[in-house]
Design a protein around this ligand. Structure first.
Ligand code: PMP
Length: 368
């Protein structure tokens, strides 16, 4: 028996989350596993953040601060913008969905790259709009020239994922600015910077500063990755007042919960500890890349907290390696479900987690 639903549901791409550690332990009869699959932080929330969350429990009978005023003010101060240029969401996923809701109509289109973050396709389908998905350039980064050339009167939203998930490739602020110069001034562009903190290039952050003066630009960031708070769901966006107003018009009044706000406020104030963690991740990324390359893996240059890698042919195809790693308690992401068949997306973990991964690779290379 079916129920009456929108025909749009048929076009809705299915978001495929990675396997949980509990699922893998059960399925393969293991007692331990390392998870390098969902681009999470390997570091638990800072102790002061955990305290702030615990401290917020006693007042959960009250609604949270609907517009997240304190967090908006702190974010605005740090980024040198007016609080009216900042909005906060239930993860940056929510901000993306709200952007779709606020901007798209049937007959309009949203342009993004492919392969890129799967949620972008969802926005178009949810609104009954069209999706224009532009294949990545040969270096696995956005083909900004082709994207600019494909803009037409139906284009209502352009999304750029920088660094791009699942490839990790970063486009410089100069490249983004040159692209923006080719976009009509009233055509909204959203730059998804979920992985911005892990960018080692010196121009990191400059795109967000462009959002101060460009009326069509919105930059989204998240507390899920570098801050390690994905379980609480907080993301934010910085852009023009017009962009922020559009999102605030469609968001539900209490979209970020009180504990999430308390955690984000505390974590954002602890910049030096955040920097230390980010530096550790960037160093671990370099070590992981060197190790994989040393064993014959082809690794796409990444500025994110994950790498996309092609196993050497001797190990078998990506899907086979994915399965063999799971059996040995190492959870990475099979590129097949991310539009990168044959490759694996591996999140950067701690040196200890990398050692377990290296042990599993050695076992695959030299089966007894
Ligand atoms: N953008 C990109 C590119 C992502 O990879 C993710 C998470 N996987 C998100 C946005 C959403 O993150 P969150 O909703 O946890 O902020």
């Amino acid at each position: 028996m079916t129920i009456r639903t929108s025909p749009r549901l048929t076009d809705m791409p299915h978001y495929e989350p990675g396997l949980t550690t509990a699922e893998v332990l059960k399925r393969f009869g293991l007692t331990s596993a390392v998870k390098l699959a969902s681009n999470e932080s390997p570091f638990p929330p800072m102790p002061e953040v955990a305290e702030a969350v615990a401290g917020g429990v006693a007042t959960l009978n009250r609604y949270p601060d609907g517009p997240a005023r304190t967090l908006r003010r702190d974010l605005a101060e740090r980024h040198g913008v007016d609080p009216a240029q900042v909005t906060v969401g239930n993860g940056s996923c929510e901000l993306l969905l709200l952007a779709g809701q606020a901007l798209l109509d049937p007959g309009t289109t949203v342009m993004s790259a492919t392969p890129s973050f799967s949620l972008y396709g969802h926005l178009a389908a949810a609104a009954g709009a069209g999706a224009v998905e532009v294949p990545l350039a040969d270096d696995h980064g956005h083909d900004l020239e082709t994207m600019a050339a494909l803009i037409d009167e139906r284009t209502r939203l352009i999304i750029i994922c920088n660094p791009n998930n699942p490839t990790g490739v970063y486009r410089s602020a100069d490249a983004i600015e040159a692209f923006l110069d080719q976009v009509p001034e009233d055509l909204p562009v959203l730059v998804d910077e979920a992985y911005n903190e892990f960018v080692a290039a010196p121009d990191r952050g400059r795109v967000l500063s462009l959002a101060r003066e460009r009326p069509n630009l919105l930059v989204t960031r998240t507390f899920s990755k570098a801050h390690g708070l994905c379980g609480l769901r907080v993301g934010y966006a910085v852009g023009s007042e017009a962009w922020v107003r559009a999102i605030d018009t469609v968001r539900q009044p209490f979209n970020t919960n009180a504990l999430a706000q308390a955690a984000a406020i505390e974590s954002f104030r602890r910049q030096s500890e955040l920097d230390r963690r980010v530096r550790a991740t960037i160093a671990a990324r370099a070590d992981l890349v060197a190790d994989l390359q040393g064993e014959g893996w082809e690794v796409v240059p990444s500025e994110a907290n994950f790498v996309l890698a092609l196993p050497p042919p001797a190990l078998g195809g990506g899907a086979a390696v994915h399965r063999a790693l799971l059996e040995r308690g190492v959870i990475v992401r099979d590129g097949t479900s991310l539009g990168c068949p044959g490759r694996l997306r591996i999140s950067v973990g701690t040196p200890e987690e990398h050692a377990v991964f290296a042990g599993a690779r050695a076992a695959l290379m030299h089966p007894r």
